[in-house]
Design a protein around this ligand. Structure first.
Ligand code: IPM
Ligand code: MN
Length: 352
């Protein structure tokens, strides 16, 4: 019996999560998976009403769940940084979700802005470190608000944090068994402390994985290759900030935020799965947002719960509905409403 914590969140979050749960219902019936859903109303609305972000009691509850399924966090009336730091990053740090896993896969029937690339050309995974680097909040102001002010934002890189991330990436690459190539994405030519430690750690861990071809690219160069030669990549491992940036670029190459999903993983604890798109206030409540990314997040969640058959079935439903039923991945242009896309997915699963 799985206990799934659901955080629908803000904007279109609740709409896409509803479709994900519809699909979960359908696949659970088919594969005889028992689960219960526990809802948590975290997000901008709750913050505005009560001033609360993530209460300690909620974090304690989340630790006892099998997985966390998130819609979106973000509110137009709340100053940038508050909800991000107070909810998303808070959960990443407190639940030690030290891997941000972002599969980048172009499905048949999805349009990519990269000319001449087809499904199969764009099929790699980014393993982003998720608890360190520039995201720790280390730093501060000096003489704030004066003409002499100074802002310092430090990148924290620990041997332990880097090593567990790199080790995860090597293991993941081995299990994926595609090209067995792990690319370290860094900036060793300029960030000669942080990425020196990354490179040395990578080289040490690589000795234990003789079956994996080692590879390195600077972050700026990787942005060029991700557009020009995405077929070069199998698994990419990188730090928190670079990972944040390159995964948005990657998302666009696979068809945009309507399809891209990610997992915030604690390999020995509870993990959180989410669509990449934000709360999309302008589409909220219109039943036009694309729920595919949220269903992809659900598919990742099933895989991480060890429900491989269910995950594969959800993936085939996604492939079928994308290639045969949907006109576009863009909100409002799908040829179907949000709930209709969910129905199509759930029906396909029920009938298969
Ligand atoms: C992401 C998001 C977050 C990040 C923001 C919302 C804090 O952009 O998950 O990539 O920067 O990590
Ligand atoms: Mn991001």
């Amino acid at each position: 019996m799985y206990k799934i914590a659901v955080i629908p969140g803000d904007g279109t979050g609740p709409e896409v999560v509803t479709e994900g749960l519809k699909v979960l219902g359908s696949v659970a019936k088919k594969k005889d998976i028992k689960y219960e859903v526990v809802n948590y109303d975290l997000g901008g609305e709750r913050y505005k009403k009560t001033g609360e972000l993530v209460p300690e009691s909620v974090l304690q509850d989340l630790r006892t769940c099998s997985a966390i399924y998130l819609g979106a966090i973000g509110h137009p009336d709340v100053k940038p940084g508050i909800l991000e730091k107070g909810i998303l990053l808070k959960m990443r740090f407190d639940l030690d979700l030290y891997i941000n896993l972002r599969p980048v896969k172009l499905f048949p029937g999805v349009e990519t802005p990269i000319k001449d690339k087809e499904p199969g050309d764009i099929d790699y995974v980014v393993v982003r470190e998720n608890t360190e680097g520039l995201y720790t909040g280390s730093g501060g102001f000096l003489k704030k608000g004066t003409p002499d002010e100074v802002a310092i934002q430090e990148s924290i890189n620990t041997r332990k944090g880097i090593e567990r991330c790199i080790r995860y990436a090597f293991d993941f690459c081995r299990k994926r068994n595609k090209d067995n190539k792990l690319t370290l994405c860094g900036k060793t030519n300029v960030l000669t402390y942080a990425f020196d430690l990354w490179q040395r750690t990578y080289d040490d861990v690589a000795k234990e994985y003789p079956d994996i071809t080692p590879d390195y690219a600077h972050v700026d160069a990787i942005c060029m290759w991700m557009v020009k030669n995405p077929e070069w990549f199998d698994v990419i491992v990188t730090d928190n900030m670079f990972g944040d940036i390159i995964t948005d670029l990657a998302a666009m190459t696979q068809g945009g935020v309507g399809v891209a999903a990610g997992g915030n993983i604690n390999p020995s604890g509870v993990s959180m799965f989410e669509p990449m798109g934000g709360s999309a206030p302008k589409y909220t409540g219109k039943n036009v947002i694309n729920p595919i990314a949220s269903v992809s997040a659900l598919q990742m969640m099933l895989f991480f719960l060890g429900e491989d058959e269910a995950a594969l079935l959800v993936e085939s439903a996604i492939k079928k509905v994308i290639s045969q039923d949907m006109k576009s991945m863009a909100a409002g242009q799908m040829g179907h409403s949000t709930s209709e896309v969910g129905d199509l997915l759930a029906d396909f699963i029920a009938k298969s």
